[in-house]
Design a binder for this molecule. Sequence first.
Ligand code: AGP
Length: 610
Amino acid sequence: MCGIVGAIAQRDIAEILIEGLKRLEYRGYDSAGLAVISDDKIARLRRVGKVAELQKAMADEPIDGKIGIAHTRWATHGEPNEKNAHPHFSNDEIAVVHNGIIENYEPLREELKSQGYTFSTDTDTEVMAHLIERERKSSDSLLQAVLKATHLLEGAYGTVVMERSQPEKLVVARSGSPLVLGKGIGEMFIASDQLALLAVTRQFMFLEEGEVAEVSRRDVTILSPDGDIVEREFEESTIQHDAGDKGQFRHFMMKEIFEQPTSINNTLEGRLNNNSVITESFGNRAPELLAKAESVQIIACGTSFHAAMVAKYWIESMVSIPCNVEIASEYRYRKTVVVPNSLFISISQSGETADTLAALRIAKQQGFMASLTICNVPGSSLVRESDMAFMTRAGTEIGVASTKAFTTQLTGLLMLATALAQSKKTLPESEITNIVSQLKRLPIDINEALSMDKRIEEMAEEFNEKEHCLFLGRGEQYPIAMEGALKLKEISYIHAEAYAAGELKHGPLALIDQDMPVVVVAPNNELIEKLKSNMEEVRARGGQLYVFADKESEIAENNGIKIIHCSASSHYIAPIIFTVPLQLLSYHVAVIRGTDVDQPRNLAKSVTVE
Ligand code: AGP
């Protein structure tokens, strides 16, 4: 969603702000802007489109200063045009950048209008600027004014506020949208994501829910929502410095697909014994809690939801306890039933997805035994607010289309199912040893899957002119087919749907003709013969099949069937392995169609609004 950068230093900071915005480009946005205090005035520059447009404008109309705020906007209220781009002002005195949605902006807007404030944008954010300006009149400091204003806001915000007459302080506040402070030598930075600041600092401090802070070059004063002083230290970040570079690859997505053997190695590192999963990898209390768990509720969104669906197949078959899986945006708004000794699990790459976070907060009131998050971002809201956290260690993922984050989630979830089976003794020890050795083989098997890249690139040519595509799978490959369809639609803009292959005859078969490519995930498992019958149903109606199959699946290339052979050394890890060719297929189709692979239209990397 929106990206935020702020800086206060003794040197000029406009270039730092622009560099920070560029590092946030991966999050998705439609316009960008910055404001600095210069010559006792707030100077502002805004442009629709990429940060490069803003940079060009800065070359034509140079602005600079020692304090400033900057923003990339992902439109929620009001069109993506220059007028609506942040920062927003109140009376040329207060400037604000904001990530999130102010839900009660309409009544506040009416109230402020009746008090003489004029609005020049269609955004909810402008309400914040005027509200803070109003509260400032009756407050000793900007910090107190922002604190008072936050008490009047409903919704979500991560915000940085600058005041013309105080060029040595910025005030920040968060509720529902992340904000991190970065400390340099005699300078201070603010961002919605640590990645934006890696070029200038590695010392970070996260703001917690409801907090407001005053930031000067050397100090930070944090207030709790009640106005009490909060003490917190800066900590050294462990994020790799080169996380924002594409290296030899044309796109971040391809870099991240090829990083999967390393990422999965990192996921496994130090978490496996010779013949078991180390249960404490899920948290110190995990041995006791996993032994006690009688059911599991998983919630997630998008790709992470697909990982949850695979986990359901694993947990129910390996552990014989019920595992319910639900999309977070549904879970949070319906009445649900929690059975005793149920473990709540959230899955999220970013750890900041608004719906997932809201579902966790509701779950904490519902009487679950404990909450566990499977997450990739240390220090994120889900990690901080869950009882236990399993870090997937995928490394920073920049491409909006999730790839290595997904396969590392799956790896963590297979480890979790195994740890549950160990503690409940639902699988023989020999089977646990077998799963552990399959987990250890994963990086090798993924490398083998990656070696098919050239063939998949050739196959991708055949999708160039297509507008629709079906994906089929059965069992735990059904969610993998769903993930394949999501990848194709989000980066190539081809309409793609996934079905459990047994469902074909209940409706989707009507769509099949020679223009409908059908991608099938067909590892050799107990459902392969059923799947072959489903494929015949497609072939008989002239559909073109593109099949990813084990050699042992014994599917022959034929009229209407193109095969690419993959091999997974066991059915447990097959969903992880068969994900890779589907990622490569959607990547190459998108490149051939010339779309913006890393920043597909209308999408954002971290969905911090509802
Ligand atoms: C994945 O390709 C998507 N961009 C998207 O579905 C994503 O998985 C979803 O928004 C959930 O994000 P999270 O894992 O960060 O919670």
